[in-house]
Ligand binder design. Structure first.
Ligand code: RIB
Ligand code: CA
Length: 309
């Protein structure tokens, strides 16, 4: 039986690559995709997600729109990285046929978890507002979710929004803190510590061939590659969200350690920082399985093999 998953996305360039990997892998039973504000507005993220499902021939998968803003804070879009539309302009010419389902993402997550207790893996590749709201509305959800895989945070390196914070956590740190403290059986943190090692380079994109999907990957990552080179000195696409999907497909892609991880929410300089208690100085029970090593080549091979189809 394929692993039951719900993906929570702010479809953006790398969310879209993660969706394509999830859909084409054939390894995941995608119950639905929930959208949230983040890289772009929730409306734009929803439209982008519907278009990606059209591109992948997977219009049967439900898309359910979620929170339009973080729990307490204002929206913090990232058009500089993902472009005006959120997909690097790659699907501007596509007419969107697929529409989102009625209802709200929070209720969709609750309904699915009640329907499949103990079976669902939540793959979070965006600010975690929807999940935090779902827990507040239905606290029993925590005991009924099998695993939460979070693309977010950084525990040994520098941030990608501020010197200390990674984007998904930074946008809604209160949501992340609530989730880390909620008591989930398993939270796996796929942070920048490992996603920065999972780099899609132009030769990998060339290896995808000349299919519609390959042409989409090339078009959507063009500006992203440029931006990454300017910021990090290497022409590559950090596979943040796709690696979270990869970990759901094959947990052996990463090595984790169990630590107490918390989120700073009241700091002038370090808001949104994921603080990892490596030496158990605070004597708080570990709550997060932190990914510290990744089989990067194996993951890139998985991604290119699946997308080559
Ligand atoms: O820090 C990377 C994360 O922030 C990714 O999920 C990317 O899509 C952005 O949301
Ligand atoms: Ca994302």
């Amino acid at each position: 039986m394929n692993k039951k998953v719900i993906l929570d996305v702010d479809t953006g360039v790398d969310d879209a690559l993660g969706l394509l990997l999830a859909i084409r892998s054939g390894e995941l039973d995608i119950l639905g995709i929930t959208t949230v504000n983040g890289n772009v507005s929730v409306e734009q993220a929803t439209s982008n997600t519907c278009k990606i499902l059209q591109l992948a021939g997977a219009e049967h998968i439900p898309v359910v729109q979620g929170a339009g803003k973080p729990i307490l804070r204002s929206t913090y879009f990232e058009h500089r990285v993902h472009g005006k539309d959120g997909l690097g302009g790659a699907l501007n010419d596509m007419t969107q046929r697929k529409q989102p389902e009625d209802g709200h993402a929070v209720d969709f997550i609750i309904d699915q978890v009640r329907k499949h207790p103990g079976e669902i893996t939540l793959i979070m590749t965006a600010p975690m507002t929807n999940l935090a709201l779902a827990i507040m509305k239905y606290p029993e959800l925590v005991q009924k979710v099998k695993e939460v895989i979070v693309m977010g945070g950084v525990v040994q390196g520098f941030g990608n929004v501020t010197p200390t914070a990674e984007y998904n956590i930074y946008v809604d740190p209160e949501a992340a803190k609530h989730i880390f403290w909620a008591g989930f059986a398993s939270i796996k943190l796929v942070g920048l510590d490992v996603t920065r090692k999972a780099l899609l380079r132009e030769e990998h994109i060339d290896s995808l061939g000349d299919t519609e999907i390959a042409r989409y990957v090339r078009a959507s990552t063009a500006d992203y590659l440029q931006r990454y080179q300017e910021r990090n000195g290497v022409r590559a696409c950090a596979m943040h969200d796709p690696l979270a999907v990869g970990v759901a497909i094959n947990p052996d892609l990463v090595k984790t350690r169990h630590y107490y991880v918390d989120v700073e929410t009241r700091s002038e300089l370090c808001d949104g920082q994921t603080v990892c208690d490596f030496q158990n100085r605070l004597s708080v029970k570990p709550n997060v399985h932190v990914c510290l090593e990744v089989e990067a080549d194996e993951f890139i091979n998985l991604f290119t093999r699946v997308l080559r189809g």
